[in-house]
Write a protein that binds this ligand. Structure first.
Ligand code: BMA
Length: 340
């Protein structure tokens, strides 16, 4: 029986491998067959990474960042029976506007996929006269309607909470620049209708500890738990040889998620194996989704690796929560309501 409670639908077929003997220094361990998606996964697409998956009708569906052979990123749909082996649709997701007319972004990357009530939302980064956030909705993974861009440029790493809080949708984001942003904190905003956004609040600052000293950004959709919202996010440090992206963990207040209750001062995963250290952009682990089962406490984290591959890591819910709590270090900017 798990010690803490996770509020999510049961997922008995979550992908899983037991913790290897001798594993230390992190509550997450890697899947032995990583990476789960290799280079050149489909015609015209050179690399798939930074992608999000969900259970759907007994199988799994995912939105995948596909770097085309012309270098331009786009979002592709994929299907899987086991959440490890994926079949991709050959064409880009065909977005239309509210009137049903084609409405394709110029480029699209780092998609997240979150179900709120009976609708699935895809959230990504795109051009809106600069780097900005795009959103589309679907109920059947056949029709994808792009809705109004939630925010002005420049912003990235938008992640929707999986249920309304105090009656409103809540979207996490990371205001940025249009390049390789050398700064960035996590904020949240609320909306009654996914069109008008406000009540902007600061959640977490960069720089708590060295591995996340430069910038941070939301990762997987937060998981509702008895301790608060469990968030896997990315933290970046700047070295003499470029940026290094690690995976961090925090727990946010359930009713006021701009308040950080616990924040792990150690990374949960950092580039250590060849496909994380070697690729188009070396030293990147970039979480975008989890699959999780409340009955067994199994959590699978999907992360992009070195802007070239998708990796899978596993962890026990209780152990992850305990690790975050035991190693928590929060500052004033974490624990305040985030309204100045
Ligand atoms: C960020 C985003 C991510 C990427 C990372 C490392 O700014 O563009 O898509 O994984 O850089 O290159």
């Amino acid at each position: 029986m798990p010690k803490y409670t996770m509020y999510a639908p049961a997922l008995p077929n979550v992908p899983w491998q037991d913790k290897p003997a001798g594993h230390i220094n992190s509550p997450l361990w890697r899947y032995s067959e990583n990476p789960i998606i290799d280079r050149n996964p489909l015609p015209g697409v050179a690399r798939i990474f930074n992608s999000a998956v969900m259970p759907y009708e007994g199988k799994f569906v995912g939105v995948f960042r596909g770097e085309q052979t012309n270098g331009v990123p786009y979002i592709y749909l994929g299907w899987s029976q086991d959440a490890v082996h994926w079949d991709f649709e050959p064409n880009k997701i065909p977005f239309v506007d509210e009137d049903g007319k084609p409405f394709m972004p110029i480029y699209a990357y780092d998609p997240r996929l979150v179900k709120v009530e009976d609708t699935y939302y895809i959230i990504w980064c795109q051009d809106f006269y600069g780097a900005a956030i795009g959103i589309a909705k679907t109920q059947d993974f056949k029709h994808f309607v792009r809705i109004e861009n939630p925010f002005l440029p420049f912003n990235r790493n938008a992640v929707l909470f999986p249920r309304k809080i105090n009656g409103n949708f809540v979207l996490m984001s990371r205001p940025s620049d249009s390049g390789h942003t050398p700064f960035g904190d996590i904020f949240i905003s609320e909306s009654p209708d996914m069109v008008y956004w406000g009540k902007h609040r600061h959640v977490m600052s960069r720089g708590n500890t060295w591995w996340e000293g430069l910038k941070i950004g939301g990762g997987a959709a937060p998981i509702e738990t008895s301790e608060g919202w469990l968030l896997f996010y990315h933290g970046v440090t700047q070295t003499c040889n470029g940026y290094v992206y690690s995976i961090g963990g925090a727990i946010l207040d359930i009713d006021n998620p701009s308040i950080v209750k616990y924040r792990c001062q150690n990374y949960l995963l950092t580039p250590e194996v060849w496909f994380e250290e070697r690729g188009f952009v070396p030293n990147v682990t970039f979480p975008c989704a989890t699959l999780h089962d409340p009955e067994t406490g199994k959590i699978a984290v999907y992360y992009g690796a070195s802007d070239s591959y998708v990796g899978l890591a596993f962890g026990n819910f209780d152990e992850i929560i305990d690790y975050i709590k035991d190693n928590s270090k929060v500052t004033e900017t974490d624990t305040e309501i985030g309204r100045r």
